[in-house]
Design a protein around this ligand. Structure first.
Ligand SMILES: Cc1cc2nc3c(=O)[nH]c(=O)nc-3n(C[C@H](O)[C@H](O)[C@H](O)COP(=O)(O)O)c2cc1C
Length: 227
C-alpha cells in the first residue's frame, strides 16, 4: 500500500475484534515508525506497547477513576473558540447520528465515553511518553518534542493501516497518567503524550463505518508565488 492510499484509508476505528496482535506485527510497525523526523534528531519519544492482562488492568483501573477530575500531563484546551467549536460539535453530532444516539441522551453518551476509556475494545495499545526535562523547562511547556511525538504517532497509524489494522489516537486513555505510571512502572519524570488503540477492526460494527469530514484545501491554504 502506498502512502497516499494509507492516508486515505486511515480513519479512527472505534470497534475492534478481541484477538490480540502478534508481537511481531507490532514490532514491524514500531521499527519502521521510528524513522519519523524529530527536532535535532532528539527522538524524544518512548513507548509502552501493551496487551493482554496488562491492558485489562489499565481498563479496569480507568473504569474506577471515571467521574474523577482528569489529570492530564498536558492539559486539554479549556474551551474551543470558533470556528473550532463548531467543527468539534459537528463531528460529535455526526458520530451520534451514525449510531442512532440522541445527543440529549446523557446515559448513551456516558456509555460511549466508557467505551472510549476502554480503548473502544482494542486488544492492544501504544502509549507515547516523553521525558519531562525536555518538554518542561522553567515552568514552560515546550511544544517541539511533543510535535515530534505527533509525527511518530501518525507513522504508527499509517503503518498499521497498511497492515490492514485499525487505530484510534486517544486522549481519553491518558486522562489519569499517575494510574498508568503505577501500572506500567513508568517513573514520574515521564509524561504521557498520547495513547493509540490498535487492533483488527470489527467492520461489522457501524462505528467502523464512521467517516469524519474535512475542510476543503481552499479553506485552509493560501498560495504565494504561483501567479
Ligand atoms: C491528539 C488526539 C486525541 C484524540 N482523542 C480521542 C479520544 O479521546 N477519543 C476518541 O474517540 N477519539 C479521539 N481522537 C480521534 C479524533 O476524534 C479523530 O482523529 C478526528 O475526529 C478525525 O477523525 P479520523 O481520525 O477518523 O480522521 C483523538 C485524536 C487526536 C489527534
Amino acid at each position: 500500500m502506498d502512502v497516499a492510499e494509507a492516508i486515505k484509508q486511515r480513519r479512527s476505528i472505534r470497534a475492534f475484534r478481541p484477538d490480540g496482535l502478534p508481537q511481531e506485527v507490532l514490532k514491524d510497525i514500531m521499527d519502521i515508525a521510528l524513522r519519523a523526523p524529530s527536532g535535532s534528531n532528539a527522538q524524544p519519544w518512548e513507548f509502552a506497547i501493551v496487551g493482554g492482562s496488562k491492558l485489562e488492568e489499565i481498563k479496569r483501573a480507568f473504569h474506577e477513576e471515571l467521574g474523577k477530575q482528569p489529570n492530564f500531563d498536558f492539559p486539554l484546551p479549556q474551551q474551543y473558540p470558533e470556528p473550532y467549536s463548531t467543527r468539534r460539535r459537528a463531528v460529535l453530532a455526526k458520530l451520534y447520528e451514525s449510531l442512532g444516539i440522541d445527543r440529549e441522551d446523557r446515559e448513551e453518551r456516558r456509555k460511549l465515553q466508557l467505551r472510549g476509556m476502554g480503548f473502544w475494545g482494542a486488544p492492544n495499545a501504544v502509549y507515547i511518553y516523553i521525558d519531562r526535562s525536555l518538554c518542561i523547562q522553567d515552568d514552560t511547556v515546550l511544544i517541539w518534542p511533543i510535535l515530534d511525538c505527533g509525527l511518530v504517532a501518525e507513522n504508527i497509524m499509517l503503518l498499521a493501516t497498511s497492515h490492514g489494522l485499525g487505530t484510534v489516537p486517544l486522549a481519553q486513555v491518558i486522562a489519569y497518567p499517575d494510574v498508568l505510571r503505577r501500572i506500567l512502572g513508568i517513573p514520574g519524570t515521564k509524561l504521557m503524550v498520547l495513547g493509540i488503540a490498535i487492533g483488527y477492526p470489527d467492520w461489522d460494527n457501524p462505528l467502523s463505518q464512521f467517516r469524519s469530514d474535512r475542510l476543503q484545501l481552499d479553506e485552509v491554504a493560501n498560495w504565494y508565488g504561483f501567479d
